[in-house]
Design a binder for this molecule. Structure first.
Ligand code: GLU
Length: 284
């Protein structure tokens, strides 16, 4: 029996939703409907410094206003730090992540100008070469550490990793894509400030919620390399991935949560209706 399709919209409450989020939410809801599946909402608030409860409330309100519905209770990541910690411990036991004590400035200095797909300095592997005794001492001293993936070790263990992509419609023929973890290098899997990272939490939760189709913007396509690698080593089923277009402003830039005037709330206040939003974004 094939799985019943389960899709999710998973915003981070670090600002007000804008048209780009509306597009992603409506795209996901439309795919769920076309596939005869379920549309779920998840709040991805592991970044405790940037995420705020009032933005979570605003997400519920704005999505309801748009006419979307979802099953309750909604998964909220900040309630699940124990679960992510357990997954990180598993990776530690497998010797696939290691502590890194470098500051951002040190990483920038040592990266030699090399960047990861998000445009951040590529980690040059500095802390990978510390002795076990040095690591134990620094951890015992309570020095905060980011835990990074041993990307080459993982790739050596897994061999080439692939994932399934689908689109532009849910009825197209699935395609196979290769994960290219090497372009991310030793990415952070467990952060200094919280016992997880976006990458670890999203993988754990997509599996926990039985997500069959991950629908997300094209800007997230490269991150899928990391996600399928984590799924493989954690023994989690890999969903199908669909990457949708991004909504750009008049200058061709991605919309930003920091520009309040672009928010759904601001559009609502100047008289836009949910129907107008759907129409402008090409949904009927
Ligand atoms: N929470 C992420 C964001 O708001 C997206 C989640 C995902 O699709 O994996 O950018």
């Amino acid at each position: 029996m094939p799985d019943q399709p389960v899709l999710r919209f998973a915003p981070s409450p670090n600002g007000l939703l804008h048209l780009g989020h509306a597009y992603s939410a409506l795209f996901t809801a439309q795919w769920a409907k076309e596939l005869g599946g379920q549309f779920r909402l998840r709040i991805e608030d592991v970044d405790i410094t940037r995420c705020k409860p009032e933005f979570t409330e605003a997400i519920f309100e704005d999505l309801r206003w748009l006419g979307l519905t979802w099953p309750e209770p909604v998964m909220v990541q900040s309630n699940r730090f124990d679960i992510y910690s357990a997954a990180a411990e598993k990776l530690k036991r497998m010797d696939l992540i290691y502590p890194c004590f470098c500051s951002r400035a040190e990483i920038r200095q040592n990266a030699g100008g090399r960047l990861d797909p998000d445009g951040a300095p590529l980690y040059p592997g500095t802390c990978r070469h510390q002795s076990r005794s040095e690591i134990s001492r620094r951890l015992a001293d309570g020095e905060p550490a980011n835990w990074r993936l041993k990307a080459d070790e993982l790739m050596a263990r897994t061999g080439p990793l692939t994932f399934t992509t689908l689109g532009p419609t849910p009825h197209d023929r699935p395609q196979i894509a290769y994960a290219r973890l090497e372009r991310w290098g030793d990415v952070v899997i467990q952060r200094k400030d919280v016992p997880t990272s976006y990458h670890l939490s999203v993988v754990v939760d997509d599996a926990a919620e039985g997500i069959t189709h991950v629908t997300r913007g094209r800007d997230m396509e490269a991150a899928t390399d990391i996600h399928v690698a984590l799924q493989f080593v954690l023994g989690l089923k890999s969903p199908i991935y669909a990457f949708h277009k991004l909504i750009l402003d008049e200058e061709g830039h991605k919309l930003s949560k920091s520009i309040q005037s672009q928010s759904l709330r601001a559009l609502r206040e100047v008289g836009w209706s949910p129907e107008r939003i759907r129409h402008e974004l090409g949904f009927n």
